[in-house]
Design a protein around this ligand. Structure first.
Ligand SMILES: [Zn+2]
Ligand SMILES: [Zn+2]
Length: 768
């Protein structure tokens, strides 16, 4: 479909069309120092030259500089760590020196086992000099022993490093003492509380390497994010050089941003409701898919939920049935759980062009091999630019131009993005963040480190400014004892068991299927009360369940598969108190602060809301305990006089509440978090500040770095929040601007116009 045609046909729904021209590759020769056997291996794969960014990164790695490469998908990032690492193993000059006559080794870390297994397959051509082995929870005893005694290229994950390798480092001394390179692949996954844990696992690794006399070069790969060197330095505790200029080739592509139109709201009996609502993104995508299929454009639509994917496909099939029945069978749905032969059949039909339209959940990303499409429709921003680029990258067969269309869902971030294409297509603004000084994370890793090798004061430089305090607390609690050689672990237990690196607060709650007794997943303890309370409608990987019973004491929720015509929304009461103000920036009549807070939250009831347009169906009371969370927050205050002037005719609590919701919705633009990772409280008069205050806090004990990022980029954050609200054409607020799906107050009160005036008053004195 011609891009100009899109706008003509769909008018204002298309908020932006941009033609991204084809990019010619910048080609460089291989540097001399790469071992001939390694070059032969790549030559056998058809790789004879390098792209510019690969050559630049190899140059840094060879010079022994810790390096992060942050370029697009399919830009050859693996080569940047493989080639120097394999050169070292082949006996060449890899740029990293070893003490004595140790045999060189490589450690590769991936966030998932699947990624490590994929890397293992890609090392098949290096069998002459590399002895790779995956080390993870799936190993047999023999495999583990072989890896320990013979492998020189270990592929593992932070979990195995934390629980198995570091605590037993003496048995891994050969491998750890020979390390020339440590690879941290796809490092943007290590964000929030998980990121803080991994940062300390890497510090423990560095300390043990030093103990055995190794000084490896760290090579990190990342999706395109803002300031990757800052993130990589925080993750490793080292100075890291960034390589960000992508010089790989790509075909021309058109990108279109799409916003479903507002329609008058009606309830099932046809009566108008409170305000207009947007047409659903899945209905829009279904109609768009219809038109593309009629135009014989091979299209893949990504939808978040299984129900959404089915709705997109059935909308298209129904409309095709009215227009051209022959085409109905050429549209299908893909979901996780297909058998391999069913999957291959779908792949075959897509490749041959027999299938013209496929609607899929994001699960398709894992495990299906599709390329060579003409168009991709992404329904709802998938959370990060990297994920969106990956989805759009599915289209564009053999250099032919393609089209990627983002259809906005009804939320503030999507609304902002379709009106601000530069945020999607310009320089990256989202940053991966976490807080390594979180005492809830730091403490357990100090304990684990002490059990590995007794801690000394010299280690405080490795573990950061809060480590002296952390060690003192562990000593007071009797976990560590000071002796002349340092602090020793005193208990029989394994100290590494104290840190559950994948959990982000509270013990996880297990979700069990009532029919089969099968464990279908877990939710974090911190969010369980509001997501899996009795009666909750809970969506797990696109499948919908209703919770029959929630056992708070044992951390179990019993659920059954269902398809109710309503969703649920927990209501809660929240109190917040400032325990320490760490930083404040005055903004004229306003001020922006960051520090520690105590949040007390209690889920008290839930609302049932019709998913077919019937509004609120009822409220059920719940009896759940109050929960206390010590965490970090950013908060904004405004003088009473400025409040009175800005909000003369407005509902003051409603304005603050609306601004809080939109700000939470927009923070994921600037920090790679989900709006569910953060919480908010707003009040016209707060006891600790004595004035109007809006708090946004990290939803995890000790903080996760998101609130801090909000403080650091506050002027930009509030400006995009203001613009997102102002850009929404609704009258009094809708889910695209100031309503929130997770509001503990059922979205009451909200004042959209007041929120804009309030944000203007904050921004009047903001630094530029
Ligand atoms: Zn709106
Ligand atoms: Zn709210």
């Amino acid at each position: 479909m011609d891009p100009a045609d899109l706008v003509q046909r769909y008018g204002e729904r298309v908020t932006h069309v941009e033609r991204v021209p084809a990019r010619e590759a910048v080609v460089e020769p291989w540097p001399d120092w790469i071992h001939p056997a390694v070059r032969d291996m790549y030559a056998a794969e058809g790789i004879d030259t390098l792209w510019g960014h690969q050559a630049e990164a190899l140059h840094h790695v060879h010079a022994g500089r810790h390096t992060v490469i942050s370029t697009g998908t399919a830009s050859g990032k693996s080569l940047v760590f493989q080639a120097p690492a394999l050169t070292g193993l082949a006996g060449g000059r890899s740029g990293s020196s070893l003490h004595g006559n140790r045999m060189p080794t490589v450690l590769y870390l991936a966030p998932t086992k699947a990624l490590a297994a994929d890397q293992l397959r890609r090392l098949a051509g290096a069998a002459a000099f590399a002895r790779p082995a995956t080390v993870d929870g799936d190993n047999s005893r023999e495999e583990r022993a072989w890896a320990r005694d013979h492998a020189n290229y270990l592929l593992t994950n932070p979990d195995t490093l934390h629980h198995s390798i570091l605590p037993a480092h003496a048995r891994w001394a050969r491998a750890l003492g020979g390390l020339t390179h440590v690879v941290v692949d796809e490092c943007h996954h290590y964000r929030g509380v998980f990121g803080a844990h991994v940062a300390h696992v890497l510090r423990r690794l560095r300390r043990i390497c030093a103990h055995y006399g190794a000084d490896p070069t760290f090579v990190l790969s990342s999706a395109t994010v803002s300031e990757p060197e800052v993130f990589a330095a925080r993750l490793t505790g080292l100075e890291v050089v960034p390589v960000t200029e992508d010089s790989s080739p790509h075909a021309a592509r058109t990108i279109a941003l799409w916003e479903p139109p507002l329609m008058p709201g009606t309830d099932p009996s046809g009566n108008p409701t409170a305000g207009p609502v947007r047409r659903s993104a899945t209905t829009e995508a279904g109609e768009l898919l219809t038109d593309l299929v009629i135009g014989r454009v091979r299209t893949l639509a990504f939808v978040r939920s299984r129900r959404g994917a089915e709705s997109v496909a059935s909308t298209a099939q129904r409309r095709l049935g009215e227009i051209d029945p022959e085409l109905v069978g050429r549209v299908a749905t893909y979901r996780g759980g297909y058998l391999p032969e069913e999957r291959r059949e779908l792949e075959r039909r897509l490749r041959s062009g027999d299938l013209l339209g496929l609607a899929s959940t994001n699960a398709l990303e894992l495990g299906i091999d599709i390329a060579g499409l003409d168009a991709v429709i992404t329904v709802g921003f998938p959370g990060t630019r990297a994920a969106l680029q990956q989805q759009f990258g599915r289209a564009g067969r053999s250099g032919r131009s393609s089209i990627g269309i983002l259809v906005a869902r009804d939320d503030p971030l999507d609304t902002f993005l379709v009106h601000h294409p530069e945020a999607l297509l310009g320089a990256p603004v989202e940053a991966s963040v976490f807080d390594p000084d979180n005492p809830y994370v730091l403490g357990p890793h100090l304990a684990a480190a002490a059990q590995e090798i007794p801690l000394t004061e010299a280690d405080f430089a490795v573990f950061g400014p809060r480590s002296a305090e952390g060690v003192a607390a562990l000593e007071d609690a009797g976990w560590l004892r000071k002796r002349p050689a340092g602090w020793f672990w005193t208990k029989r237990e394994r100290a590494s068991d104290l840190a559950d690196i994948r959990s982000s607060g509270g013990s996880p709650v297990q979700i069990v299927d009532a029919g089969t007794g099968r464990l279908i997943g877990t939710v974090d303890g911190g969010s369980a009360d509001s997501t899996v309370h009795e009666g909750a409608v809970y969506v797990h990987q696109g499948d919908i369940h209703v919770v029959d019973e929630y056992d708070v004491d044992h951390g179990i929720a019993i659920v059954h598969r269902a398809d109710p015509d309503y969703s649920t929304m927990a209501r809660s009461v929240t109190e917040i108190a400032v325990t320490e103000t760490e930083r404040t920036t005055p903004w004229g009549a306003a001020a922006m602060s960051f520090g520690s807070v105590e949040v007390v939250n209690q889920v008290v009831s839930y609302l049932k809301r019709s998913t077919t347009g019937g509004g609120i169906l009822g409220e059920e009371l719940l009896e759940l305990p109050a929960r206390t969370l010590q965490t970090k927050a950013v908060w904004w205050t405004l003088d009473a006089a400025a409040v009175a002037e800005a909000l003369e005719h407005d509902d003051v609590p409603g304005a603050a509440h609306a601004a809080e919701h939109a700000a939470i919705g927009l923070l994921p633009l600037l920090a790679t978090c989900d709006r569910w990772d953060i919480g908010g409280v707003s009040t016209a008069l707060h006891a600790d500040t004595g004035t109007l205050t809006v708090f946004v806090y990290d939803g995890h004990p000790g903080g996760a770095g998101f609130a801090e990022r909000g403080y650091d980029v506050a002027p930009r954050w509030l400006r995009v929040t203001r613009d997102a609200i102002a850009a929404c054409e609704c009258q009094d607020g809708c889910p695209s601007c100031v309503q929130s799906p997770k509001c503990g107050n059922g979205n009451e009160p909200l004042d959209k116009a007041g929120a804009i005036r309030l944000l203007d008053a904050f921004l009047a004195g903001a630094p530029t």
